[in-house]
Structures are given as structure tokens and as C-alpha cells.
Design a protein around this ligand. Structure first.
Ligand code: PLP
Length: 363
């Protein structure tokens, strides 16, 4: 008997497995598996959620207009070039859905964020991964991989899970090398953590071209991952298309209220960045000091390399950490089975990581 079959590509999707939320067998969990902010959401955002709860029977503002106004004010952006989504994941899906389909190609860097590949498969397009150089996006390799079928190029800058970034010059060179009808989607989920002067979130490219968009999220610095909130800034033609394909109420009311309040709490944002500025170099140094490979990161997480064989592999380290209540992210799904990814945590969490890794390496 015939049974319903999904479109081609769908069965190639390995459902996304997020960072584990709890350590099995441990009394408590230190969750460092999803690049979440160590210090949690703004108290103002929590208050705004509580205030909005009573109106939960009302549909949300369908266009997220107040939220877009707050984003526009906070980042000095043109409100007509903004669209909000239920996490930047939704916006990645919508963008791929609107611009790519069967017969098209969606290009990204080999260890680029997993959602680019998943969104391509979901729309029936062919995902194409360009090789990297030393776990860094390689602009030449991306440009070499462009064909007449390429519709979208996704680049996470900085990239998750490698923590590396490409410079403003490299990004601009990538854009210059793309045909005008190919969209360059710059996913700047971790932009707020980067301070190096040669970095850009890509805004200046968007102002000059009709084929560049920037994706941002409230899940990292703003610590609202549980509410699902992201936004995209791009040329009006692309915003108009995305407004056609999004759900009429795609961002829930609590997320909108929390986002507006979080944007206004500049002090909390500064505290969150300062926490990362303090701990990122310290954790890098401490883990490298144990003899492990720490890939240089400009974001709020570290990719740590372990020996390929023997008793000190990444898998064994992950199990050991978990027994101590620490949940890291295994990296096999990203093609990096010898690595674990660890978010920067609170002070006591970071110290617990170092202690546990020390005991693991001595055991
Ligand atoms: C590069 C990158 N883009 C997008 C996302 C997804 O963000 P959101 O929670 O807004 O869907 C993540 C989350 O880990 C990420 O690392």
C-alpha cells in the first residue's frame, strides 16, 4: 500500500540535537552546551514577561512593530529593513525557503552553523559545504564553490562552533565575488562579544547592496534563548519577501515584551560583555595550560581539541565532565569528533570545568 512520502531531501535531515540540558547521574548540572549567556537575562526583561503574562489571551503584535522600533533605536537602523523571527533559526528557514528550492544550492563553510545545511535540505535545495583552512572560513574556497545554481551563501561571523571570524576585508571580498542575484547572509549571532578592530557584523555591506542580510539573535548576549527571538536586517526587497512567507504571528508576545525591555537595559548588556571579556581569555589560557588544544575564540564559547585515540579522547572527556555535573557539547555532528565545545560560564562553573578537566587528564 502506498504511504505519504515527504519531499526529496527531507529524509536526509538528521533532526537537530540541541545541547543536553542536564547531566545524567549528577546531583546538579552546569550546562555549558548551548553558548548561552553565563549571567542570564536582564531583570527588566523578566519583569516585562511577568507584566505581559496577564494578556496571554491576546494575539501578539503581528509585525513585531514595537520590538522593531526598539531594535531600530538601539542599533540606529532603518525600521523598514527589519523583520523579527522566532529565533534566528526561523529566519534562516524562511530565507532559505523563499530563495532556494529543488535544483538550487545553498553554500556555507564546512564547520558552519548546522541550521544552514538543515534549512537547505528542508526546502529541497542542495547543501554545499566549502572547505575551511585551520577551522576558519576560507573566502577563496567559498567563491570557488559558487555555481550558477547557488542562491544563498551563509556565513556565521564569528562562527559557531569554531569561534573564529573573518575580517571586514575578507567579508567584503566574499561579497564582491558573488553574483548580484546570490544572497550573502551574515549570521552575526555573537557580534556583541567581538572587539577586534578588523571585525564587522556586515552592516556597511547591507547599506550598499541589495543582496546582503544580517541575522541577529536574542539568545546569546541577551540571554533569552528560551523565548525564541531573533531579527534580520536587509534590503527592503528581501524584507518584503520574508514578510510574505512568515506566519502572521510568528513572534510570541512574551518574547516581544522581553526583547524590548532587554534592549533598554544597557547596563545588563555591558555586564554580560564584561563577564565574557574577563573569562574568555582566562579559560583559554587555563585549558591550554592543561595541554589541550584550545581554538582561539572571539565569542562566548571555546572549542577544545582532545587526542584522537587513547584514554583522553573528547568522548571520554565529555563522559568524565558529565559525571562531575558539567554538560559540554559533543562535536561529531559538526564533523569535529575530537572536540568538545564549552560555553563560558559563571565564575564557579568555569572553575569547576578546569578542576574536572585537570582530574580527567590525571586519571
Ligand atoms: C551562529 C548561530 N546562528 C544562529 C543561532 C540560533 O539562534 P536562535 O536561538 O536565535 O535561533 C545560533 C545558536 O546557537 C548560532 O550559533
Amino acid at each position: 500500500m502506498a504511504s505519504p512520502r515527504p519531499r526529496s531531501g527531507i529524509l536526509e535531515i538528521q533532526p537537530y540535537v540541541g545541547g543536553k540540558a542536564s547531566a545524567e547521574g549528577a546531583d546538579s548540572t552546569i550546562k555549558l552546551s548551548a553558548n548561552e549567556s553565563a549571567i542570564g537575562p536582564s531583570p527588566q526583561a523578566i519583569k516585562a514577561i511577568q507584566q505581559a503574562l496577564g494578556d496571554s489571551h491576546r494575539y501578539p503584535d503581528g509585525g513585531s512593530d514595537r520590538l522593531k522600533a526598539a531594535i531600530s533605536k538601539r542599533f540606529s537602523l532603518d525600521i523598514d529593513r527589519l523583520i523579527c523571527g522566532s529565533g534566528s533559526d526561523e529566519l534562516i528557514h524562511l530565507l532559505t525557503l523563499a530563495y532556494a528550492g529543488p535544483g538550487d544550492e545553498v553554500l556555507y563553510s564546512a564547520h558552519g552553523f548546522l541550521m544552514y545545511r538543515l534549512s537547505a535540505l528542508g526546502t529541497g535545495a542542495q547543501p554545499i559545504a566549502a572547505p575551511e583552512r585551520n577551522l576558519r572560513t576560507d573566502v577563496d574556497a567559498l567563491l570557488d564553490a559558487v555555481t550558477s545554481r547557488t542562491r544563498l551563501v551563509y556565513i556565521a561571523n564569528p562562527n559557531n562552533p569554531t569561534g573564529s571570524y573573518i575580517t571586514a576585508d575578507e567579508l567584503s571580498r566574499l561579497h564582491r565575488g558573488l553574483p548580484d542575484d546570490v544572497i550573502l547572509a551574515i549570521d552575526a549571532a555573537y557580534a556583541e562579544y567581538v572587539h577586534t578592530p578588523d571585525y564587522t557584523n556586515g552592516l556597511e555591506l547591507i547599506d550598499q547592496a541589495d543582496n546582503v542580510v544580517m541575522l541577529r539573535t536574542f539568545s546569546k548576549l541577551f540571554a533569552l534563548g528560551g523565548l525564541r527571538l531573533g531579527w534580520l536586517y536587509g534590503p527592503p526587497n528581501i524584507i518584503e519577501v520574508l514578510n510574505r512567507v512568515r506566519g502572521p504571528f510568528n513572534v510570541n508576545a512574551l518574547a516581544q515584551a522581553a526583547g524590548i525591555a532587554a534592549l533598554e537595559d544597557l547596563e545588563h548588556q555591558e555586564r554580560s560583555v564584561a563577564h565574557n571579556d574577563h573569562w574568555l581569555p582566562r579559560m583559554t589560557q587555563a585549558i591550554a595550560g592543561l595541554g589541550l588544544t584550545v581554538h582561539p575564540s572571539v565569542a562566548n564559547f571555546l572549542l577544545v581539541g582532545f587526542p584522537e585515540t587513547g584514554e583522553k579522547t573528547a568522548a571520554k572527556a565529555g563522559d568524565f565532565l558529565e559525571k562531575d555535573g558539567i554538560v559540554a557539547r559533543p562535536m561529531a555532528a559538526y564533523g569535529l569528533p575530537n572536540c568538545l565545545r564549552l560555553s563560558i560560564g559563571k565564575e564557579d562553573e568555569n572553575k569547576a570545568v578546569i578542576k574536572s578537566l585537570e582530574r580527567f587528564l590525571e586519571s
